[in-house]
Design a protein around this ligand. Structure first.
Ligand SMILES: [Zn+2]
Ligand SMILES: [Zn+2]
Length: 127
């Protein structure tokens, strides 16, 4: 695991935001609604095609995070206010989707492929 993908601190800020401080000094602040939108579980993403099934815009505008827990030492599990809790958010994935300006400006051309590969990772680790 890369140092940039190892969290040093994880803090839930009310129901709206999650803040992660990474071991390389970077900080990411995520909105729970956008985390919910990037959920990679089998209910949100088609297992075979890697395409998103979830209709992002149908999520409640005031969607919040209820609970965050660490799974193993590589991911976070989250319970959202819409009752969804099946997603596993790997630190690798979270670092990749950091919404800060510097990270957002990185080229995104391989994003879909990357997410697909990550799903593969996830499977081998979980099984
Ligand atoms: Zn999901
Ligand atoms: Zn960032």
């Amino acid at each position: 695991m890369k140092i940039s993908e190892v969290p040093k601190g994880i803090k839930k800020i009310g129901g709206k935001e999650l803040k992660i401080s990474w071991s390389d000094g970077h900080e990411s602040v995520y909105g729970f609604r956008s985390l919910r939108q990037s959920c990679q579980c089998a209910m949100c993403v088609d297992e075979w095609s890697g395409k998103q099934i979830l209709e992002r815009d149908t999520l409640p505008k005031d969607l919040e995070g209820v609970k965050v827990n660490v799974v193993g030492n590589y991911a976070l599990g989250m319970l959202f206010s819409d009752g969804h809790s099946t997603g596993l958010f790997t630190f690798k994935h979270l670092r990749k989707i950091c919404p800060c300006e510097a990270c957002r400006n990185k080229p995104e051309e391989n994003l879909e492929q990357k997410i697909y590969m990550e799903k593969g990772d996830l499977k081998t680790r979980v099984d």
